[in-house]
Write a protein that binds this ligand. Structure first.
Ligand code: FMN
Length: 359
């Protein structure tokens, strides 16, 4: 196994074997107001959304996880079968292994056997600088990716022994890419707030996956990898930065008025979490880690878990009297606990409630 492929394998293995979750899931601090009389029939609820010009039956995407080594093919296929079944979006993991070795193609292209409304390619920010833009675009074309997610994961890169910390030229490269394909700027667990998102939007991105803190922590994943490799310096940094980042709900609230659709990935576990993300301003929720162990098992297992998420989302829409996703986005929510403290700290004690109300 090549170095990059082994790393992708390690990430999946560690994510299912160890606890790599952020210590607190900030979605738990978002509460709906129950409607005893929903005033809509459950069967009349519409869960459809449109994003990047594609129609999804539910406001959910499976966020990019893997590709590039043998087992990844099965994982991507199992996810693809569920994405086709429910007509939701699907992201691939980083295509870096494919840029380095064309023999890994099938571990990605397997998703092309399925009819999925939105497919997203994926590449790391440091990899888009230089000569590679044309190669990346042609990979996206070959794999029929309507959108390319460029991921920013510098917290992970800084803990990772072989991490790529190259930043210079990234915005210019995004601009060039955005002239050729719809680009989503994506964090992987540390979050994006407005001032950074504005730079991406100015560079031409068509959407932001805020990728905030609350779920899978890649500094935690790299903590385990460093430990296994006897690198105790990086292990300690990974441990101390385990909860590094901006809670996903804060990112959604902060970025929601930029005029581009938001994907809320980071800590989404269930349909209630997807509904919470929509209510704060996301266009769709993104789920990764929660589906991984099912994807390793079988397509049927992913289908069952996804069905649970989507049925629960519709249940929350019913109980909040939201007959469409747009209506769900207008529902008032109550913020408590640590998320409230974060918002007070970020916007100021007097301002945060106004920010929440203003849409
Ligand atoms: C095993 C694994 C591999 C991942 N690989 C990638 C990747 O290659 N590119 C990327 O942008 N994000 C990657 N992610 C990050 C996810 O897309 C997502 O942003 C992150 O896990 C937070 O979502 P979660 O809390 O639902 O897991 C990966 C996640 C997991 C669990």
């Amino acid at each position: 196994m090549k170095k990059t492929e082994k790393r992708k394998y390690d990430h999946v293995r560690i994510c299912v074997e160890k606890n790599v979750r952020a210590e607190h899931n900030y979605w738990d601090d978002v509460h709906f107001i129950h409607q005893a009389l929903p005033e809509i029939d459950y069967d009349n609820i519409s869960t459809h959304v449109e994003i990047f010009g594609k129609k999804l039956s539910y406001p959910l995407v499976i966020s990019g996880m893997t590709g590039g080594y043998e087992e990844a093919k099965k994982i991507n296929e199992n996810l693809a079968i569920a994405a086709e079944r429910f007509k939701i979006g699907l992201g691939l993991g980083s295509m870096r292994p494919l840029l380095e070795d064309s023999n890994t193609l099938e571990t990605y292209s397997v998703v092309n056997d399925y009819n999925i409304p939105l497919l997203m390619g994926n590449i790391g920010a440091p990899q888009i600088v230089g000569e590679r833009i044309d190669d990346i675009i042609s990979l996206c074309r070959d794999l029929k990716m309507g959108v390319l997610a460029v991921h920013f994961n510098y917290a992970q890169e800084i803990v990772q022994l072989e991490g790529d910390r190259h930043v210079g030229g990234v915005l210019e490269a995004i601009s060039e890419l955005a002239g050729k394909i719809a680009v989503v700027a994506k964090e992987t667990g540390s979050g994006i707030v407005k001032d950074v998102a504005e730079k991406f939007v100015s560079a031409g991105v068509g959407g932001i996956d805020v990728g905030g803190m609350s779920g899978t922590s890649f500094t935690a994943v790299e903590y385990y990898r460093a430990h296994e490799n006897g690198d105790y310096v990086r292990a300690e940094i990974g441990k101390n930065l385990w909860n590094w980042g901006i809670p996903t709900p804060v990112c959604v609230i902060d970025c929601r008025d930029l005029g581009v659709p938001l994907i809320a990935t980071g800590g989404i576990r269930c349909g209630l979490d997807v509904a919470r993300a929509i209510s704060l301003g996301a266009a769709v929720g993104g789920v990764a880690g929660e589906l991984l162990k099912f994807a390793l098992k079988s397509a049927g297992a992913v289908i069952e878990k996804t069905l649970t998420i989507l049925t629960e989302l519709k249940a929350v829409m019913f109980l909040t009297s939201a007959k469409s996703v747009v209506e769900l986005g207008r529902k008032k929510v109550i913020i408590t606990g640590r998320l409230r403290e974060w918002l007070e700290g970020y916007y100021g004690k007097d301002l945060w409630e106004r920010v929440l109300r203003e849409r």
